[in-house]
Design a protein around this ligand. Structure first.
Ligand SMILES: [Zn+2]
Length: 183
């Protein structure tokens, strides 16, 4: 019921009602399966997937956990390029500096964002900041992420309460079939 309500509200642009229905849907889940709604946590998890490769030792660094510094350039090359500072980060393996502009980064994609048990906060509509269409797109992205995350948890819950006997009967039937063919 809440699922249908959430989707129809989303379609007709009743964002507050849509969020309310999703919250109610979330409330149906047992606490062990419930999701956290927090942009901060969500961003932290996403950020952890940015990998920086050290130019000195080739090791992979979780970029969010590295030390960042600004080096003041005093060399002629710095003078020529017109830059006074250089952004660097320190490798956690060899403790050497790496220039950000020369670093190879790898963004590891979360394959199934709906399985991380955290949803970002719904986008807030600030007057004049986003146009109607833009907001709808932004809200829609959030909405489907939230709904699929809730559905994934519901699926898990259902799975764990499925009678395990069904599988056992299948195996028994196969053994019997095999036995008959041997005769
Ligand atoms: Zn290194």
């Amino acid at each position: 019921m809440y699922r249908r309500e959430a989707i129809s509200s989303w379609k007709s642009g009743k964002y507050v009602a849509s969020i309310g229905a999703l919250h109610s849907l979330l409330g149906l889940l047992p606490s062990a399966y419930r999701l956290t709604i927090s942009s901060e946590e969500y961003d932290n998890i996403t950020k952890q997937n940015l990998i920086a490769i050290c130019q000195q030792c080739n090791s992979e660094n979780n970029y969010s956990l590295t030390r960042k510094d600004k080096l003041i350039l005093q060399s002629i090359s710095g003078f020529i390029s017109g830059e006074q500072t250089e952004q660097v980060w320190t490798c956690n393996e060899c403790s050497k500096y790496n220039q950000v502009t020369k670093t190879k980064f790898i963004q590891k994609v979360i394959k199934q964002p709906c399985f991380i048990k955290v949803i970002p906060d719904p986008p807030a509509r600030k007057d004049g900041m986003l146009g109607r269409t833009q907001f709808h797109i932004k809200f829609s992205n959030w909405f489907w992420l939230a709904l699929s995350s809730i559905e994934a948890q519901m699926g898990r819950y259902r799975e764990e309460y499925q009678p395990k006997d069904a599988d056992m009967f299948d195996i028994e039937a196969e053994i019997q079939d095999g036995g008959e063919s041997l005769e």
